[in-house]
Design a binder for this molecule. Structure first.
Ligand code: PLP
Ligand code: COI
Length: 367
């Protein structure tokens, strides 16, 4: 379903929300947004059909989506999504971070889920259209942002099992502060041994709802064991680190080397890629290769591995304090010269326009 050359610019129609939040209501939400709880006044909605391609782009009031009960997403889960943020800079302007990378990943997810590929230009135009309507929802307090959630699913009412011929793409937006309640306090991770997130040849590298559905029972287990997130191993040998339910993982060695799993069943995080680039710029060695749980255990015990952190758009960079398993625990004490926190500061500095964007990662959304 390749249609990456945008045949024309999309002309969005815009319908203003007559029941938009008042300025006072919006300010109250922006003062304490949390994560994923509040939504802006508008959303993007673009249709796709096998016959007509992408059409009828619009920005419309945020609200329920009407679905036929036979819509195939409800039965077979043909769905993909993305996550990125809009940041307000000191001069009031609004920017996003590497949005073309999210557009490209959405296209890769689409290929895996037999959904249509949305051209990058449409993806970027849609973000700008939503910001044109809801720019006032981008908060300005430190470490806050507007989380943007593009998603696409099979809307065709048809119970035969095949790729849908009617699909919609949406973007909703949600003001956000820290993902973890403890802010920058080290997080605790539960090692899942009962469940896998992804298998060989499966959908692990795609950002599709089913991967998250498969992770939830393990995430519940993590909560029951007092942990914030769950770490999955590879499903074949149950030996190699993969990723957390919603974040990638990086280990830091005493000599400054950064280690991160290479696997074709994990989601290639844009945060991780950027952090590793910044680390390489600083002269750190970066190794993307299979890493066994045993290597982490041994390295932590010998003092060779001194830090671990989780990274992703929602969480940014979160130091890992403990990895708990049914019969072991790895503990990393918080370090004053934490590589994770220093890289986090540089990354967020770029995102909020306070640090030079030497890689040209930022894209303005409101101009
Ligand atoms: N892995 C999973 C399973 C995720 O859900 C995410 C979050 O999007 C990531 C990794 C990190 O990806 P990114 O840094 O692009 O947000
Ligand atoms: C993100 O970081 O954007 C994610 O998708 C992780 C989670 C909130 C699903």
């Amino acid at each position: 379903m390749k249609n990456l050359l945008a045949p024309q610019t999309l002309q969005f129609t815009r319908t203003a929300n007559e029941n938009a939040a008042t300025e006072a209501d919006r300010d109250a939400i922006l003062a304490n947004p949390g994560f994923g709880k509040h939504f802006t006044d508008h959303m993007v909605d673009i249709c796709w059909s096998k016959m007509g391609g992408w059409h009828r782009p619009r920005v419309q009031p945020y609200g329920p989506i009407s679905l036929d009960p036979a819509a195939s997403v409800l039965h077979y889960g043909q769905e993909i999504f993305e996550g990125l943020k809009a940041y307000r800079h000191a001069d009031g302007s609004i920017w996003s971070f590497r949005p073309e990378a999210n557009a490209a990943r959405l296209q890769r997810s689409a290929v895996r889920l037999a959904l249509p590929e949305l051209p990058t230009e449409y993806f970027l135009d849609a973000l700008k259209e939503l910001i044109a309507a809801d720019g006032a929802w981008v908060p300005s307090a430190p470490d806050t942002s507007l989380y943007l959630r593009p998603f696409m699913f099979a809307k065709e009412a048809f119970l035969g099992v095949r790729a849908a011929e009617k699909v919609n793409f949406y973007i909703i937006a949600s003001p956000a502060s820290a993902y973890f309640k403890g802010g920058l306090a080290p997080v605790s991770i539960w090692l899942s041994t009962n469940y896998s997130r992804a298998g060989k040849g499966g959908t692990g590298a795609a950002k599709t709802g089913g991967n998250y559905a498969a992770s939830l029972v393990a995430q519940e287990e993590a909560y029951e064991n007092g942990c914030d997130q769950v770490l999955f191993l590879d499903s074949v040998e149950e030996t190699w680190l993969e990723e957390l339910g919603g974040m990638n993982i990086v280990l830091v060695k005493k000599d400054g080397t950064l280690l991160t799993p290479a696997s074709d069943s994990i989601l290639e995080g844009i945060t991780r890629d950027s952090i590793l680039q910044l680390a390489a710029d600083r002269g750190h060695t970066v190794e993307r290769r299979p890493i066994s749980l045993q290597e982490w255990k041994d390295g932590a015990a010998s003092g060779d591995i001194v830090e671990a952190f989780a990274c992703g758009t929602a969480a940014v960079v979160a130091p890992i304090g403990t990895l708990k398993g049914a019969d072991f625990e790895i503990v990393h004490e918080a370090r004053e010269d934490s590589v994770a926190l220093s890289l986090r500061e540089q990354l967020t500095g770029i995102q909020y326009g306070k640090v030079d964007d030497t890689h040209g990662w930022m894209m303005r959304l409101d101009a």
